[in-house]
Design a binder for this molecule. Structure first.
Ligand SMILES: [Zn+2]
Length: 95
């Protein structure tokens, strides 16, 4: 968006214009799209938090049922590894 006083571009999220110091009006903030509001609410990010869980747990479950017929112990290990790798993934991505 742009400063309504000097017309220079204002950094998104800034409270005042970096060039002239004019406060960013509430009007500018009120015309955000639903998508932007959705992202700010945190719901957008929470959806992505679930992705590693689905990948890890479902991957573990698939391995679990795929190997179970041959070796129950190996199946349990694969399921645990899937869950652990999910947790490790969370730490790696800093979630
Ligand atoms: Zn300005």
């Amino acid at each position: 968006m742009f400063c309504e006083n000097c017309g220079k571009e204002i950094t998104p999220g800034a409270k005042i214009c970096g060039y002239c110091g004019t406060p960013v009006t509430a009007y500018e903030q009120s015309i955000q799209t639903p998508v932007q509001l959705y992202k700010q609410s945190g719901s957008y990010n929470k959806l992505w938090w679930l992705l590693p869980i689905f990948v890890g747990v479902i991957g573990g479950l698939i391995a679990f049922f795929g190997v179970r017929k041959r070796s129950t112990k190996a199946a349990v290990i694969m399921l645990v590894v899937g869950i652990i790798s999910t947790i490790i993934g969370y730490f790696l991505f800093g979630i």
